[in-house]
Design a protein around this ligand. Structure first.
Ligand code: GLU
Length: 508
């Protein structure tokens, strides 16, 4: 790694050296889709520039910490192929990459800020802060810390109400407006402004740094050249710029990605939209390449072909090769699941059958529809059924229901209500004729099965194919809709088909 030539870029025109970008999720629940969105754009740039991509776990909020979260972040990013060069599980030159393991790193920075008068201790209890806020709101004053502790010694402060034994450390935001960097350059947005901050806490009473201090220290220590994060952090940037300035550290470049929005333009949140959860896409049976393609189109223009037409199908390599921050739109892109469904169908149909079968097996194992180690027979059945379902699905999850009849024992097969609701009055006659014809099929193969049933039901009983084959489908698959009937019957085998027809006949 070439740290010697590290030179942060603060404008689009500055020369770009070896870049180092990071994604810094907080393990506070299952991962948000925004983590993948930021990672994709980070990596596109990093791979184009030949730099490094760092995964840092920002676990300083011990109250919101969730144990499984970190593993879920690793799993989902890997599933998407958004792999990192340095991280908690991989190590790297700036390890450790988990903030909770870096507490000693932050200490000297805090001490220096205190010593140089840029920070001060605050002993106010949460109750006092709540009262203060209430008062400010009532009087319609700007909310923010009132500096009650500033300039007081511990002794002086302890004599006053609302005193807590364990202090926090706050930044002393300069009073003069021109000393607060509220305007800065963003690679996506150009020159932007953010409000003046109040005296932010940088070290908490539990000894952990807050995000604001940790992010600045770590981005510096880890030689991050470009800080890419969600738009919601724009308002924090002035605090970070102040810290860089006070500590005499070079500033990285900033790019604030647009917030992803629901169709009604509201911010996409895990509480309200299942698609905000990264794991949801895997659970639903989206392919990683479809989700990558989808994310690459969010706030980013499609490829324009030589003849001027637009193309939306793209992959990571192409996205990365052409990537440029100034093409990212700052306007919150709408998360259009219909488009993702369309992309998923496209990728499902582009996969070679064997590969699609592997994905279906992996999906069904994860979903619990197949055992952890499927039997050779189960694998054979999925492989054989894959070409039958490929044209009919836009999600891998749809294969669970479609293939269930193959993995159900004849005795356990049940017939769906919607498949038995509108049976023709002569269904028993149809089934009897089908059984006789099927017993006599010389070679159990879908063409011969089709021919035998056609002769027995369509020709001899003079039924329309839909009327004739509907009950047969219900009998052998238990469902109204299934993969192509004759191919399904071939797969199932003659004995099974006859056993199922007999079972169905008994219910009539
Ligand atoms: N830990 C922050 C988050 O989860 C990261 C923000 C940043 O990238 O600076 O959103």
């Amino acid at each position: 790694m070439n740290t010697a030539s590290y030179s942060p870029t603060t404008s689009l025109t500055a020369p770009i050296g070896p870049v180092r970008l990071r994604v810094a999720p907080s393990p506070t629940g299952d991962p948000h889709v925004g983590t993948a969105y930021v990672s994709l754009f980070d990596l596109a740039f990093v791979r184009q520039q030949g730099g490094q991509f760092v995964l840092r776990i920002e676990d300083t909020d011990r109250v919101r910490y969730v144990d499984e979260s970190e593993a879920q972040i690793f799993d989902t990013l890997r599933w998407l192929g958004l792999d990192w060069d340095e991280g908690p599980d991989k190590g790297g030159p700036f390890a450790p990459y988990r903030q909770s393991e870096r507490l000693d790193t932050y200490k000297p920075y805090v001490e220096r800020l205190l010593a140089e008068g840029h920070a001060y201790y605050c002993w106010c209890t949460p109750q006092r802060l709540a009262l203060m806020r209430e008062k400010q709101q009532k009087l319609r004053l700007p909310t923010g810390y009132d500096r009650f502790c500033y300039g007081k010694t511990r002794e002086e402060r302890s004599a006053l109400p609302g005193f807590s034994e364990t202090p926090v450390v706050r930044m002393l935001i300069p009073d003069a407006d021109d000393e607060v960097p509220t305007t800065f350059t963003d690679l996506i947005r150009g020159e932007i402004s953010a409000p003046r901050p109040d005296d932010q806490v940088i070290l908490k009473a539990d000894g952990f740094p807050t995000y604001h201090l940790a992010v600045v220290v770590d981005d510096h220590e880890m030689r991050i050249t470009h800080v890419v994060r969600g738009e919601e952090w724009i308002s924090s940037t002035p605090k970070h710029l102040l810290l860089y300035r006070w500590l005499g550290l070079p500033e990285p470049a900033f790019a604030h990605m647009p917030l992803l929005r629901n169709e009604n333009k509201s911010k996409i949140s895990k509480r309200k939209n299942p698609a905000a959860r990264l794991m949801w896409f895997r659970e639903e049976g989206y392919l990683p390449e479809a989700l990558i393609n989808f994310l690459a189109l969010l706030g980013y223009p499609p490829i324009v072909e030589a003849d001027g037409t637009e193309r939306e199908i793209t992959d990571f390599a192409e996205f990365s090769a052409n990537f440029s921050w100034d093409k990212v739109s700052p306007v919150g892109p709408i998360f259009d699941l219909k488009k993702l469904g369309w992309l998923n169908g496209h990728y499902i149909r582009s996969l070679p059958t064997g590969e699609l079968a592997d994905r279906i097996i992996e999906f069904q194992v994860r979903a619990g529809a197949l055992p952890t180690t499927p039997s050779p027979e189960q694998i054979r059945l999925v492989r054989a059924a894959t070409p039958l379902v490929a044209e009919r699905i836009s999600l891998l999850s749809e294969t669970v229901d479609m293939m269930a009849f193959l993995f159900t024992a004849d005795a356990d097969l049940t017939f769906d209500e919607d498949a038995t609701a509108k049976l023709a009055p002569n269904t028993a006659e149809i089934v009897d004729a089908a059984v006789a014809a099927l017993a006599a099929v010389p070679e159990w193969e879908h063409g011969a099965i089709h021919q035998a049933l056609n002769t027995a039901l369509v020709d001899e009983l003079a039924l329309k194919p839909k009327i004739a084959f509907g009950p047969i489908r219900t009998a052998v698959t238990g469902k109204r809709i299934s993969p192509p009937l004759f191919e399904s019957m071939e797969l199932l085998g003659r004995d099974s088909c006859l056993a199922r027809l007999a079972k169905f006949r008994a219910t009539l």
